[in-house]
Structures are given as structure tokens and as C-alpha cells.
Design a protein around this ligand. Structure first.
Ligand code: ZN
Ligand code: ZN
Ligand code: ZN
Ligand code: ZN
Ligand code: ZN
Length: 217
């Protein structure tokens, strides 16, 4: 009896998985025949990489397909929203992305004001230990690991804020993808006037709309 119940459950899980997959397959894709330029590509505009269903092939210049340049080839990292907006602002296409000097970027991050805060972070301690006696052939891989820690969406505790040119704390700061700036945790994006408002429990100072996330107040 028990095992039957169990197999029913797994069956259910399988179908759930399947329908999720189908949903994913149906998400809108770009219609570019080639190139995927910043102006016209739907995938690019939704901050997403292209895939085989797009039909743009090897000519694809969508920079979100080339983030392995920063995160390493076998990582499935997506970029932190702050990094995404910085890339979109500063880089035209995949070729431009590859002109970014990774070592210079790493140095820039390491010399920011709040960088020393990372010394308490266990992952960073491990990273640093190895960095101090790194072999030339391991350097790039280790820099990519550094970027995964601070520039990817699964960055823990801290991320690098291009808006502030400094380290930011995941608990205290976030990047508003509509205003395109890093914000304090006390701020929230108001749909009414389409700007960030201050005070999570306060209504928006401009349009008096309440923060949906705190609507029980
Ligand atoms: Zn496209
Ligand atoms: Zn596409
Ligand atoms: Zn493409
Ligand atoms: Zn930001
Ligand atoms: Zn905002």
C-alpha cells in the first residue's frame, strides 16, 4: 500500500516536472535570423541568453550567451541584476564583452572600500589562501571563481555593486531592475509612480500607494 502511494507521488512529480518543462519550452524566443543585436533581439531585451530554438546560430551576439567568459565554462551562473545592468550599459555585444579585462575588473573590485568585510567570509578565506600562491595556469579559473562569488545571482552574503562602486550586502542592499540602481533594504519599488519609495511599511510619499509586500499593515 505504502509503496503504491509512493509511486503515485513520484508519478505526480514526474508530470509536474514535465509540464514545467513544457511551459519553459513555450516561453517567447527571439525571431532574429542572425546577429541578435541589442536593439532588436527579444532574448537580449529580456536579459536572457538565446538557445537552439532561436535560430540565430553561431552568429549570435547576445552577450547573455557569453557569460562563461566571466563565470567559467561549466558553470550555469546567471549574472546579478546589478552586473546585468552594468553590462548592458557598457557593452554592445559579445565581442565587446570579451574586450573587458577580467584581471583589471578583479583588481578594481579588490580595491573597493568595503572589500575588507569579506575577510570574515569562509568561502572568500579559502579563495584568498589559494590566490596568494596561485600558479599562472590556474589564475583565470580562480578569477572566474571570484566573479561567481560576487557577480553572479547566487552570490552569498555580499555582491559587488557597480552602482556604488563598492561591496554591498545581500541582506541590506538590492538592485532595482526598473530604476537601475542599487537600493537600501528599506526601499521598495512603487508600481503606482514607477519609482522606488522609502520605508517598507510606509505608503509611497508620492502616490500614497501601499507596499504590496507589506499590505497586511
Ligand atoms: Zn535574437
Ligand atoms: Zn534568441
Ligand atoms: Zn541569439
Ligand atoms: Zn546596482
Ligand atoms: Zn525602483
Amino acid at each position: 500500500m505504502l509503496s503504491e502511494e509512493y509511486s503515485n507521488k513520484t508519478e505526480q512529480r514526474k508530470t509536474n516536472k514535465k509540464s514545467n518543462y513544457e511551459k519553459k519550452k513555450k516561453t517567447k524566443k527571439c525571431n532574429c535570423r542572425s546577429g541578435c543585436s541589442k536593439r532588436s533581439c527579444y532574448c537580449y531585451k529580456s536579459n536572457r541568453g538565446c538557445d537552439s530554438s532561436c535560430g540565430c546560430g553561431s552568429s549570435c551576439q547576445n552577450l547573455f550567451n557569453h557569460l562563461d567568459y566571466f563565470f567559467g565554462e561549466d558553470s550555469k551562473c546567471t549574472a546579478h541584476p546589478c552586473f546585468v545592468d552594468w553590462l548592458v550599459k557598457n557593452v554592445k555585444n559579445a565581442d565587446g564583452l570579451k574586450k573587458i579585462d577580467r584581471e583589471a575588473l578583479q583588481q578594481k573590485i579588490m580595491s573597493c572600500g568595503r572589500f575588507s568585510e569579506l575577510s570574515d567570509d569562509e568561502d572568500f578565506q579559502k579563495w584568498s589562501k589559494k590566490w596568494n600562491r596561485i600558479e599562472a595556469n590556474e589564475k583565470l579559473g580562480h578569477i572566474q571563481k571570484f566573479f561567481r562569488m560576487l557577480l553572479s545571482d547566487d552570490a552569498t552574503m555580499h555582491y559587488y555593486s557597480f552602482c556604488n562602486d563598492d561591496l554591498a550586502e545581500d541582506d541590506c542592499d538590492w538592485h532595482c531592475t526598473i530604476c537601475k540602481t542599487c537600493r537600501d533594504w528599506r526601499e521598495w519599488h512603487c508600481d503606482g509612480c514607477n519609482k522606488c519609495a522609502y520605508g517598507t511599511t510606509l505608503p509611497c510619499q508620492r502616490c500614497e500607494r501601499k507596499n504590496q509586500m507589506f499590505s497586511f499593515w
